[in-house]
Every structure is written in C-alpha cells, then in structure tokens.
Design a protein around this ligand. Structure first.
Ligand code: SF4
Length: 317
C-alpha cells in the first residue's frame, strides 16, 4: 500500500492509464491527505498552474418535461425555481460582461428541457453574436439532447463547445432519471463532436452513489475522451425527490476530485454547482486535483461572488 501512490503516479507520468482495479485501491487508500496531495501533484504535472474559469447564463429556466430527481427545474416538482422561456437579453449581457471582467474564458447558454428548442434558435443566435462582439469569451451551449441539424446550427453561430453532463454512471442512471437515457446523452456528445465542437461533460456527486460509482463515471468520461469535466456537489433542493439527502462529507468530495484527476490526468477538472455548501473548505478541491471552476451563479443555486473566488485562487497561487 505504501508504494501505491508513488507507483501509480510514476505509471501515469509514463503515459499509462490507471485501471479500475488501481482506482478502487486508491479509493481505499488509508491516508486521504496523501491521496489529495498526489492528485494535486498530478494536476501540476499535466496542467500546470493555469486555472480555467467559465460562467453560465441560464437562458431558459424551469418547466422541464423530464424527471431528473435532483433538479429544481423539472415541472414535476414544486421547488419555486424561476420559470421563463428566454432570458432578458440585457440581463444575459450583464452576466457576460461581469464574467469576462473576472477572467472567465468561456460562457455557456444553458437551457432547461429535454432537448434544444429549435424555435428559440434565432434568439440564441442574436445573443451569441452580441457576446462575440462585445467580449472575448468563447461560446458554449448546454441545451439538452442534440440532433445533428441543431449541432450544425450551433456551430454556425460560433459555439465551439457543447456541454452535456452524464450526471452519474451508466449503471445508476435510471435511479436518477427515467425520461431519457444515459445512452442518449452519450449520443448527444458524439453528435456534438462530429460537428466539430469540443466536449464538456461531468456529473453530480452526492446523489447516493458509492465511490465505485464515481470511479465508473470517471472511467466513462475518459472513454469518451472528455477534456473538460464539471464536478457538481449535489445540493439537496426541497421539493425534489433527492431533497432530503445529506450533503456529501468533505473528505468524500476531496477523494472523489482526486480520483477524477488520477483517472483523467489531462482533463480540466472543473468545480461547478454545490461547492458553496463547503464554505471555505471548497477551495481545498483546488489542492486535491481540480483546476477549474464555474464562477458566479449556477442554474438554481447561488454561487460565490466571483471576486471572492478570484481572491482565494490568487492566494493559492
Ligand atoms: S437536469 Fe435538465 S433535463 Fe433534467 S429535469 Fe433538469 S432541466 Fe430537465
């Protein structure tokens, strides 16, 4: 056991991928702070000290037909989440400008719903164009399940990355959602890649899954070649079926982040929604393998003030 971290670290630097069996051993490594520190060294070795910031605009909110059990935006649950079909363009541009000012490199239009709303595309097109003209932000989209025509239209608008979280590993997916499948999400990612977009996909930890399930998800993302992996920490939202779950303990969060780094050494591991629940300890994720974050607010949960994030990240070097 004593040499497990050293041997695994050496194997990764020689270009070998960590196996499922080794990842399971790492998950049981008794000295967790050493595991986190090794993941931090891997982050530095493969990604340097560059920190990746991005932001999202909740372009359409609520009234979703799907039944994702964690989500405040499903029309099936009473959560009080905002419901609107299209964000006010002035509000969207305010978010874009403030995100650019605090160092975000990318911004995503995110819409609720099973699939992208084709009727809304002209509005998105205008918004993307305005963001392009007024900022240097790269454009992303996160609009649910995608067909090839829609993917091509987004690419033509200058969208260079598509986001679709797998949410959880394949074997658990129907415990989380029954109205669409894990495979449909994978097909969406493949369609986006086919039209030239890069991919962003991760999941939510703390929805009752085991560390083995998290390892499966990290392996699935690796098999898909994902290089931008958002890690959300489940925020129990009253009114949703998972609203009574207890938040994941800090040590489990840090070990999950570390394992994502071991299994995906060349990816940006991006802390996303839910990290604010950890208070000041959330920044320890960036010393356990993570090297990116979504700044500002998330879809239905409040994020940190971006200035606070930037100040803490600067302190951490
Ligand atoms: S995660 Fe997306 S698809 Fe699922 S309920 Fe929420 S908005 Fe709808």
């Amino acid at each position: 056991m004593a040499d497990l971290l050293r041997d695994t670290f050496s194997a990764i630097t020689e270009g070998k991928a960590v196996s499922r069996e080794t990842a399971l051993l790492l998950a049981r490594y008794p000295d967790q702070p050493k595991l986190w520190a090794a993941a931090d060294r891997l982050r530095r070795r493969f990604q340097g000290d560059y920190f990746h910031l991005c932001a999202i605009i909740s372009a359409r909110s609520g009234a979703c037909s799907e039944d994702c059990r964690f989500c405040a935006q499903s029309a099936r649950y009473r959560t009080g989440a905002p419901v609107y079909a299209m964000i006010d363009p002035d509000e969207a541009m305010r978010v874009a400008h403030s995100s650019a000012a605090c160092g975000a490199e990318r911004i995503s239009l995110v819409t609720s719903g099973r699939a992208a709303d084709k009727a809304a595309l002209p509005h998105f097109s205008v918004l993307y164009e305005q963001i392009r003209q007024e900022t240097k932000l790269e454009l992303c989209a996160s609009m649910g399940l995608l067909d090839e025509e829609m993917a091509r239209q987004l690419t033509a608008m200058g969208v260079s990355r598509y986001h679709c979280n797998l949410e959880t590993c394949a074997r658990r997916f129907n415990e989380i959602c029954t109205t669409h499948t894990w495979q449909e999400k994978v097909e969406t990612l493949k369609t986006a890649a086919k039209t030239g977009m890069s991919l962003c996909s991760g999941g939510i930890i703390g929805m009752g899954e085991s560390m083995e399930d998290r390892i499966e998800l990290a392996l699935e993302l690796r098999a898909l070649g994902i290089r931008s992996i958002p890690v959300n920490i489940h925020t129990p939202i009253p009114g949703t079926p998972l609203g009574q779950l207890k938040p994941l303990p800090l040590n489990d969060v840090l070990s999950a982040v570390a394992l994502f780094r071991f299994l995906n050494p060349e990816a940006v591991i991006r802390m996303a929604g839910g990290r604010q629940q950890l208070g000041a300890d959330q920044y320890r994720c960036f010393a356990a393998g993570a090297n990116g974050a979504i700044v500002g607010n998330y879809l239905t949960t409040q994020g940190n003030p971006a200035a606070q994030d930037i100040a803490r990240l600067r302190e951490m070097g």
